[in-house]
Ligand binder design. Structure first.
Ligand SMILES: Cc1cc2nc3c(=O)[nH]c(=O)nc-3n(C[C@H](O)[C@H](O)[C@H](O)COP(=O)(O)OP(=O)(O)OC[C@H]3O[C@@H](n4cnc5c(N)ncnc54)[C@H](O)[C@@H]3O)c2cc1C
Ligand SMILES: *[C@@H]1O[C@H](CO)[C@@H](O)[C@H](O)[C@H]1NC(C)=O
Ligand SMILES: *[C@@H]1O[C@H](CO)[C@@H](O)[C@H](O)[C@H]1NC(C)=O
Ligand SMILES: *[C@@H]1O[C@H](CO)[C@@H](O)[C@H](O)[C@H]1NC(C)=O
Ligand SMILES: *[C@@H]1O[C@H](CO)[C@@H](O)[C@H](O)[C@H]1NC(C)=O
Ligand SMILES: *[C@@H]1O[C@H](CO)[C@@H](O)[C@H](O)[C@H]1NC(C)=O
Length: 595
């Protein structure tokens, strides 16, 4: 039975449709079919119609004063979900500290970007993790929890769980941390969670130092139930396209698809004039040009934003020269500071005395989902202080890419000081564990290693060179070993004893930290598809790429708005933080005055 709300919404949609005289499939802003339809000039040109790009595009066009052209590499997909046809095909370089393994770089491609293919978890980090962005940004920064909370709210519409299920499963939530205006839904699944989650909840929250958060969005960590980005009325994916492109037919909001931006054009004063782009199916053809009156906004995601900058002559000078690109601004921070979450897919347990079977279980949108977000002091009470102290004292140069300038090394030293503090705090999440069955995957939410995105010197316009440099700081192996110790402690909880958990993999022969570190070399995957940091918002003298306004250093009328600007990871999947960054960025951009 559709709810009254559903009926009203679809009725409204039909009326709008009739009024616009458009078939349903065209009920969105205009995708220009013919090159000739693209105007010579727009107020804003946005590179990349992904998660951040469409959010900013929507906000900049909503008052009707400004025109926007979005240039998107991919197509308008009818289907969503993690499928190779909707993704880029990039393989990383080998990571020497991870036994020279190479990794698939997961990235969405199409109108909506990575939000087309992502796992829909709607998580945000803890207060401390956003406050770190402010600390790293300098004294006047307002990129902290307080400064971002209004945008987390603005970005979303919250939908609560079923009341009875919430009571039965101790689902805590608080709508105050969420919004109700933007049709990007953060919704609880309506199905019934597996009964075993009650026991898992009790086992995890019974561990000393593990708290139960008021809401997944409260800025606290610990155990909490979380929402996913789906429309509560239909169950359909709710994502950048459905919330910031579809159903916003506006004359001043246009897009070209299947088009790759090659570079940004500058005047002699390094003010961005516009961009050059080519059709994806004919990249050798003569580039088209479009001008931006007010600003060019790069939103190509953390892997491709550095590429567009470097191809435009903004990036690490030596690298650009090697690739035959004229250096316009020698900005070493472009493509550095590359981070992602890392994980070990499975610590295999089985129940000797299994609970009754209850359907598939596991992360899904059909029922509310449970997760644990754990700080170091709870994770390894006897080890965290030692780890923090050793990390603090490391000479960063030993672990960082050789190309790092002294300014970049200084910038990393700042991160080191902030992270050492965070390692000593319960309120920063170092480990994420989904709670749904025996064992599970373990994630390191704050890897200490830093990778790079570089141009391929032989083929600069071709795919970028992605180097995770996974576990180049070997403390990352130790942290993963600590995560395994923690998972074992959790599985040994009294609350779970009746199910007789036993570890199948890696098993008792991997017992000491040293053994588990060695095992981690063969197991860690240095990406959970959450790339960030490659055009970081930190001061230039600390190796930064954009300032507090998200303007690219050494240029004018050029901003970056996407996951690249995050200086450090947060203890949460990234999409909601990207939406909040884009909402805040739109306000900053609209507030700018031009002479
Ligand atoms: C498989 C997968 C699962 C994930 N699961 C989750 C999850 O469950 N929860 C969560 O919170 N996060 C998840 N994420 C992460 C989250 O989706 C991303 O962090 C976020 O969507 C990134 O947004 P963005 O705007 O920075 O980049 P994107 O959304 O990737 O947008 C970049 C856009 O730029 C386009 N582009 C690139 N280069 C060019 C060019 N030269 N010219 C024109 N266009 C270009 C791309 O095609 C793309 O559309 C997942 C990601 C993936 C890939
Ligand atoms: C990646 O490969 C798949 C085929 O497996 C293809 O359909 C898709 O278009 C490719 N992605 C890009 C961005 O070229
Ligand atoms: C590229 O695709 C367009 C339609 O999308 C088509 O008209 C054109 O012929 C194609 N060009 C090449 C070189 O394949
Ligand atoms: C789950 O718990 C409910 C309520 O206690 C019970 O009615 C139901 O039978 C249980 N399901 C299974 C599969 O054990
Ligand atoms: C950590 O969070 C708890 C609430 O979960 C709060 O009471 C405590 O003050 C916080 N500690 C610090 C150091 O911020
Ligand atoms: C694992 O190590 C602990 C001490 O850290 C020891 O007590 C235990 O016996 C060891 N188990 C195995 C199977 O070696």
């Amino acid at each position: 039975m559709p709810s009254l709300k559903t009926i009203t919404v679809s009725l409204l949609a039909t009326i709008t449709q009739l009024a616009a005289g458009l078939p349903r499939s065209q009920l969105h802003a205009r995708i220009l079919g013919e090159q000739a339809d693209v105007k010579d000039e727009y107020d804003y040109v946005i590179i990349g119609g992904g998660t951040a790009g469409l959010t900013v595009g929507d906000r900049l066009t909503e008052n009707g004063k400004y025109s926007v052209l979005v240039i998107e590499y991919g197509v308008y997909h009818e289907q969503t979900g993690m499928d190779p046809s909707r993704m880029f095909n990039i393989t990383s370089t080998p990571s020497p500290s991870l036994n020279d393994r190479q990794f698939r770089v997961g990235l969405g491609c199409g109108v909506g970007g990575s939000s087309i293919v992502n796992g829909q978890l709607m998580l945000r980090g803890t207060k401390e993790e956003y406050d770190a962005w402010k600390t790293l940004g300098g004294i006047d920064s307002d990129w902290d929890w307080e400064g971002l909370l209004p945008y987390f709210k603005k970005a979303t519409t919250f939908s609560p769980p079923d009341k009875e299920i919430a009571d039965e499963f101790k689902i805590r939530y608080n709508a105050e941390y969420w919004g109700s205006e933007t049709p990007l839904y953060a919704a609880f699944g309506m199905g019934r969670p597996a009964n075993i989650t009650k026991k898992l909840h009790a086992a995890m929250s019974g561990i000393e130092g593990v708290t139960v958060a008021d809401d997944s969005g409260s800025g606290q960590n610990g155990v909490y139930w979380y929402t996913t980005s789906h429309d509560p009325a239909t169950g359909a994916r709710s994502y950048a396209r459905t919330s910031h492109w579809d159903n916003v037919p506006r004359d001043n909001y246009e897009m070209v698809i299947e088009s790759k931006v090659n570079r940004i054009l500058f005047d002699d004063d390094m003010a961005a004039l516009g961009v050059e782009y080519v059709p994806v199916n004919d990249t050798g053809s003569e580039p088209q040009r479009v001008n931006a009156k007010r600003e060019v906004i790069i939103a190509a995601g953390a892997i491709h934003t550095p590429q567009v900058l470097m191809l435009s002559g903004v990036g690490p000078g030596d690298d650009l020269k090697r690739a035959g690109v004229d250096v316009k601004v020698d900005l070493p921070g472009v493509g550095s500071n590359f981070q992602d979450h890392s994980y070990v897919p499975s610590i295999g347990y089985s129940w000797g005395n299994p609970p009754p079977t209850e359907g598939p279980g596991g992360p899904m949108t059909a029922a509310p989902n449970l997760v644990a977000m754990i700080g170091m002091p709870a994770l390894v009470p006897n080890h965290y202080e030692d780890l923090a102290a050793r990390y603090e004292q490391q000479d960063p140069k030993i672990h960082l890419p050789e190309s790092y300038t002294s300014e970049q090394v200084d910038g990393y030293s700042q991160q080191q000081a902030v992270y050492a503090r965070m390692m000593r705090s319960l309120n920063t999440t170092f480990n994420e564990m989904m709670l749904f069955g025996p064992g599970g995957s373990i994630q390191n939410m704050h890897p200490l290693s830093r990778g790079t995105i570089r141009l391929n010197a032989q083929d600069p316009q071709g795919q970028v060179v992605v180097d995770y440099r996974g576990a180049s700081n070997e403390l990352d192996l130790e942290i993963m070993a600590d995560n395994v110790h923690f998972l074992r402690r959790y599985m040994a909880s009294e609350e779970l004893a009746e199910y007789q958990p036993s570890e199948r993999y890696p098993g008792p022969s991997y017992n000491t930290t040293e053994q588990l570190m060695e095992w981690s070399r063969s197991q860690i995957i240095p990406s959970v598809y959450h790339p960030i940091g490659t055009c970081a918002k930190v001061p230039k003298e600390h190796g930064g790429c954009v300032d507090e306004q998200l303007s690219v250093y050494g240029t004018k009328k050029l901003s970056v708005v996407d996951a690249s600007i995050m200086p450090t990871t947060v203890g949460a999947t990234t999409q909601l933080s990207v939406y909040a960054v884009a909402e805040k960025a739109a306000d900053l951009i609209k507030a700018r005055t031009f002479d």
